[in-house]
Ligand binder design. Structure first.
Ligand SMILES: Nc1ncnc2c1ncn2[C@@H]1O[C@H](COP(=O)(O)OP(=O)(O)OP(=O)(O)O)[C@@H](O)[C@H]1O
Length: 305
């Protein structure tokens, strides 16, 4: 496995007083879809800027492809920023072409790459249109085309699905999976836990400028959770059953619905609860441990707070 990016003990502050990145270390290897997950203001975009050399850390060591950042390593990295970086007076084609030229693509190679990038995001037919006429999802897709036109080995996508409709969102997620299957390493920055769980092979959780954990998604879920959620729908108001369910932690209760925290992967517990409730139980749903629980365990906060 080749290391794509490593950052060790990075300190960064905008005003030299309050740290935004606080001794943060991170390691991304070849072919991963690395989900960088954290709440608003955790430091995700700042870390991206530091990784791209747009901001200089006060302390720490950064390497791309086992080298200190240089022109050659920079040309192997693609970036799709959170704020759309489009030129609205140019056509979709000209936008992608502009970014291709920034990466020194020329002539036939440039034409080929522009076509590849626009086809990849499904905008080749719309290439002559100006992006001001595009929907939010189409603008996001054009933004991605601009980030991949130079065929980078790794692409950093900062919240690429914010403000898009569900159809465009799925299209973007599928495109990311396809890019990864073609061999591109992906760094996927998001505060949407469900998206990270859906597409990422690896995850790093960031809060207050520190990486709280990183690793294979399945390993993180295994290591940092011990409970699952059991959602029960009952015949009567849930409060009528609290004595029978006193052995379990009630996570939420409303009308005839109740959510219990139960030990994960324990079929015996589910059978026991079903036995205790008998015909009073209308339905139940087992929710496997998720990243929200990992985050709560590490910070005692909810990701959405
Ligand atoms: N240019 C800036 N100057 C000063 N402070 C900044 C600047 N950019 C971000 N910050 C502050 O740094 C902290 C981290 O912000 P950052 O944008 O990196 O977080 P984030 O995790 O990307 O959040 P979000 O999900 O909302 O984009 C926040 O407190 C933010 O207010």
């Amino acid at each position: 496995m080749r290391t794509i990016f490593s950052g060790e003990a990075i300190d960064f502050s905008y005003n030299k007083k309050e740290p935004v990145l606080d001794g943060l270390s991170i390691s991304i290897t070849d072919k991963q879809i690395y989900g960088l997950l954290g709440p608003n203001g955790a430091g995700k975009s700042t870390l991206t800027k530091v990784m791209l050399g747009l901001e200089n850390p006060q302390k720490g060591k950064l390497q791309w492809f086992n080298e200190y950042p240089n022109q050659s390593t920079k040309s192997r990295v693609g970036y799709v920023p959170q704020d759309l970086a489009l030129i609205y007076d140019l056509s979709a084609y000209e936008n992608v072409e502009f970014f291709g030229k920034l990466y020194n693509l020329k002539g036939e190679k440039l034409k080929k790459q522009v076509r590849y990038a626009l086809e990849f995001v499904g905008l080749w037919e719309e290439r002559k249109q100006k992006p001001k006429k595009f929907s939010g999802g189409m603008k996001r897709r054009l933004n991605i085309a601009c980030g991949i036109v130079h065929n980078p080995d790794v692409i950093i996508l900062d919240e690429p699905t914010v403000g898009v409709d569900p159809q465009s969102r799925n299209r973007i997620l599928d495109a990311i999976l396809e890019l990864n299957q073609l061999g591109t390493t992906i760094v996927y920055i998001s505060h949407y836990m469900e998206e990270v769980e859906k597409i990422c092979s690896h995850v790093g959780i960031i809060d207050n400028g520190t990486l709280l954990c990183e690793g294979r998604l399945s390993d993180i879920l295994e290591a940092y959770t011990d409970q699952a959620i059991l959602k029960l729908e009952l015949q009567q108001k849930s409060s009528a059953y609290t004595a029978r369910l006193a052995d379990y932690t009630v996570v939420a209760i409303e009308d005839n619905k109740i959510e219990l925290a139960v030990p994960k992967n324990n079929v015996g517990v589910i059978s026991e609860i079903k036995d205790r409730l008998g015909d009073e139980l209308k339905s139940f749903q087992y929710i496997s441990p998720n990243l929200e629980q990992v985050f709560f365990k590490l910070t005692k906060k909810n990701l959405r707070d």
